[in-house]
Design a protein around this ligand. Structure first.
Ligand SMILES: [Zn+2]
Length: 169
């Protein structure tokens, strides 16, 4: 649906990350999710309201099954909405883009977050001077022990970020 437009500068960041991950853990596949629509600036991509200018891109987490890392797979078919549950300060609300989709959670295949790969990707992204902001849910940042000035919280009214990583220039 043409949701994968991204600024060439951001594409290079994603390619560099994919190469780093492959070098560090051979066989690792890095997946991108939504970018922006290839339209004039200001057309947002629901529920990712900030994805309106090609300067934002979402990356999938890395997952493992019973036999270990599973290349190129995500827990949910779209790559979104399979949440790594954890504590949050956000109150439950009806009219918000923070979709919890509790009814969906039991339907996803039994994959677990590959904590080693996901933490390594976050560490590398956190040190990339080409990036402005990175969004990951605070509880994951904490449990994966990654942090830094580029990491932020998107706020309670925006999409959750414990199912994917959001990067922007
Ligand atoms: Zn995003």
């Amino acid at each position: 649906m043409n949701r994968n437009y991204a600024d060439p500068k951001l594409i290079v960041v994603a390619q560099d990350l994919a190469q780093h991950m492959e070098a560090q853990f051979p066989g690792t596949v890095t997946l991108t999710l939504d970018g922006s629509f290839p339209l004039f600036d200001g057309v947002p991509l629901l529920p990712h309201l900030s994805h309106d200018d090609g300067e934002k891109l979402d990356l999938a987490y890395y997952y493992e099954g019973a036999e270990g890392y599973v290349p190129g797979r995500t827990r949910s078919p779209l790559g979104y909405f399979a949440f790594e549950q954890g504590p949050t300060d956000c109150p439950p609300r009806r009219l918000t883009l923070r979709w919890d989709l509790d009814w969906l959670q039991g339907l996803f295949p039994d994959l677990a977050l590959d904590r080693t790969r996901t933490a390594e990707a976050l560490r590398v992204l956190g040190q990339d001077p080409r990036l402005g902001r990175i969004f990951v849910e605070p509880h994951l940042r904490e449990s994966l022990s990654v942090g830094g000035a580029r990491f932020g919280f998107q706020g309670c009214r925006a999409a959750r970020h414990d199912d994917h990583i959001h990067i922007q220039l």
